[in-house]
Design a protein around this ligand. Structure first.
Ligand code: SF4
Ligand code: SF4
Length: 384
């Protein structure tokens, strides 16, 4: 794609990055077929290619209409388009740049509402207060992290997960302990930065990210071999940390190291002998989060693992499509979000499962709101 971005803009790191990404798009339109919002709304401007044009035009002319704001707001950042794109267009990075433009044009009331939600979701203290009066799943006996002969791993507990779905971390600790690993938990006071980063609050995101990098780097230096994430939305953010620093930044190398040693729990278990685990024998459907299959580029990982453990997984129609959770999307775009959830639940329910399992707290909570079937993290199946 030809571009005519102002010279001054191209001299900035963000302008240079946007220009490179825009030029890599050959506007073939393959991505339209797998974009959930294009499928639902049928408007080219609600497709990846349409949004790429909108961002290009805004960068070239420094003009952005309220209609364009809506088209960018309706993007889920699911990155299904990246998986489909034959030219390797880094849409996820381009939409972040587009969102910065959008923020400048947003009405004041929207800015206040968005900032309030973002602050609430990224404040564990505030969130735990609310969580104490909220309905949440029952807490099982806490796992005992024994001395492991296989080594020490760090479990990212997440900022909202301990309150909303405590069984995920308990199950993970039990499974890792059974396999012989000593599990170290962070006193994680900070969000991974995803909610701030995807809502154009880069300054706030960077403060959290640097604190995390400092804390985790120290632990890695003390002999921790792997950082384990059980929420794929957090995992993809941590793996993307290096993209937020220039190579000459003091944090760059540390970010590279943290990202390289971070694994989703399914990635970690794929290299392990799981014969010592007993599995819960029940009929399940698995929902693959976008942050795992498109963001972390790990399609079919959990499905393969569960099949190896003896589960017969029925194929899920449109498994590549987002469930509509997408971070704060379900709060700000409730109609599209609900439609996507209904579609997803219909597809997940086709085989009449007893249980729906997934790999991300956001998807788990979102899906659970629309069905009477239990929705859990799949790791809970292995904790018996
Ligand atoms: S598939 Fe890739 S190259 Fe083709 S229009 Fe979409 S983003 Fe551009
Ligand atoms: S990130 Fe998802 S919703 Fe956004 S353009 Fe790409 S496929 Fe469509």
């Amino acid at each position: 794609m030809q571009t005519k971005l102002p010279e001054q803009l191209i001299k900035t790191p963000q302008g240079q990055k946007a220009n490179d990404i825009l030029r890599s798009c050959v506007h073939c339109g393959f991505c339209l077929a797998t974009c959930p919002t294009y499928q639902l709304l049928g408007n080219e401007l609600d497709s990846p290619r349409g949004r790429i044009y909108l961002i290009k035009s805004a960068l070239e002319t420094n003009a952005f209409s309220q209609k364009s704001v809506q088209h960018l707001d309706s993007c889920l950042t699911c990155r299904a388009c990246e998986t489909t794109c034959p030219s390797g267009v880094e849409y996820g990075q381009l939409i972040e740049i587009g969102r910065d433009l959008v923020e400048q044009k947003r009405p004041l009331w929207q800015k206040i509402a968005r900032t309030s939600v973002r602050k609430l979701l990224t404040s564990p203290v505030l969130f735990n207060l609310l969580g104490s009066v909220a309905k949440h799943s029952s807490i099982q006996t806490p796992a005992i992290s024994q001395q492991g002969d296989k080594g020490r791993v760090l479990l990212l507990t997440g900022c909202v997960q301990p309150t909303l779905t405590p069984n995920t971390n308990h199950a993970t600790k039990n499974v890792l302990a059974t396999l012989g690993y000593e599990v170290v938990e962070t006193a994680q006071k900070e969000c991974c930065g995803a909610i701030d980063q995807h809502n154009s609050a880069h300054g706030d995101a960077l403060i959290k990210i640097k604190r995390n990098i400092d804390q985790w780097s120290t632990l890695l230096e003390s002999g921790i071999t792997t950082i384990i994430s059980t929420a794929s939305g957090c995992g993809v953010m941590v793996k993307d940390y290096p993209t937020l620093f220039k190579p000459d930044d003091a944090y760059y190398q540390k970010a590279v190291s943290v990202a390289a040693q971070t694994k989703d729990i399914a990635e970690f278990l794929s290299d392990q002998d799981l014969s010592s685990l007993s599995v819960e024998n029940t009929k399940i459907s698995y929902h693959a989060p976008c942050s795992l299959q498109h963001g972390q580029k790990l399609p079919n990982l959990v499905e393969g693992l569960l099949s190896k453990l003896g589960y017969e997984l029925a194929p899920i129609t449109d498994a590549h499509l987002c469930c509509g959770s997408a971070g704060t999307y379900s709060i700000f775009q409730p109609e599209i979000s609900k439609q996507l959830r209904d579609n997803k639940l219909e597809n997940l329910s086709q085989s009449q499962p007893n249980l729906i399992v997934t790999s991300n707290i956001g998807c788990q909570m979102h899906l659970a709101k629309g069905t009477d079937t239990d929705v859990k993290h799949w790791i809970e199946l292995l904790d018996n």
